[in-house]
Design a protein around this ligand. Structure first.
Ligand code: SAM
Length: 243
């Protein structure tokens, strides 16, 4: 296992995102369980189901953070496959690496410090790329999607799991209250960092909705794109293929 290192200049938004995740890395996993009531585990399992992963596959878990998806993928790709846990933030990546080692997941996982906007991998490398709760943090999302398209093999697929737009007005209201008022408070209690969790709520609000993201998939070159609303559209899983 190694940290591939890519020298990338960061702009202001990227610095802010970096600060947020340096600050929360150690408490990141417990916060996810708290904020989602554990439901993020189901969203992630669904993502694995839709990935079509097989033994021998090459998988990129982009913006993979502490490695929830990597831990689910690694046993499925087996000894002849490989999962690359890639993130722009070395604090998150270190927590992820320690977790994998603690769980005995070691022989088929690599670690890579990357910016999703300019992936340092050859064309046609991966059978599957996932980016879970990561795309909304990326400054130039279209550029990132283009880069994912380039590095997928023909026949490969991209899965984007991300907060989206609730499909019922009543759910929208509850959700707004929850994310703007309660999540920053949780953040304050657990991590002592209210500001980072305020950023989280804002970044969710700014993220493109279901149809807009589907359009961005098409612009990047993906075909047969579709999305599944999870938990009433609070989260959506988008999937597209490179042919
Ligand atoms: N995928 C994990 C999960 O679902 O638990 C982690 C998601 S976490 C909310 C978002 C991650 O995106 C952070 O670890 C952050 O460092 C990473 N990230 C933000 N901008 C990025 C970029 N431009 N390229 C790669 N990773 C990025």
């Amino acid at each position: 296992t190694h940290f591939g290192y890519q020298e990338v200049p960061l702009n202001e938004k990227q610095h802010k995102v970096a600060d947020v995740f340096h600050s929360v890395a150690q408490k990141y996993d417990i916060m996810n369980d708290l904020m989602s009531g554990g439901i993020h585990r189901l969203w992630k399992r669904f993502t694995i189901e839709m990935s079509g992963v097989r033994p021998g596959h090459q998988i990129l878990d982009l913006a993979g953070g502490t490695g929830d998806l990597t831990a689910l993928f690694a046993p499925k790709v087996g000894p002849n496959g490989r999962v690359v846990l890639a993130d722009i933030n070395d604090s998150m990546l270190k927590v992820g690496r320690d977790r994998m080692i603690d769980r005995g997941i070691m022989n088929n996982v690599d670690y890579s410090l990357v910016n999703a906007e300019c992936l340092p991998f050859a064309d046609n490398t991966f059978d599957c790329i996932t980016i879970a709760f990561g795309l909304r943090n990326v400054t130039n999302k279209q550029k990132a999607l283009n880069s994912m398209f380039r590095t997928l093999k023909p026949g490969g697929r991209l899965l984007v799991l991300e907060f989206s737009k609730p499909i019922y007005p009543w759910l929208s209201k509850i959700y707004d209250h929850y994310s703007f008022n309660l999540i920053p408070k949780f953040g304050q209690w657990v991590t002592g960092d209210e500001e980072s969790y305020r950023y989280l709520a804002e970044s969710i609000r700014m993220h493109p909705g279901q149809e807009e993201l589907k359009q961005m998939f098409a612009t990047a070159g993906f075909e047969d794109s579709e999305y599944h609303n999870l938990t009433g559209g609070v989260v959506a899983l988008h999937r597209g293929f490179k042919y």
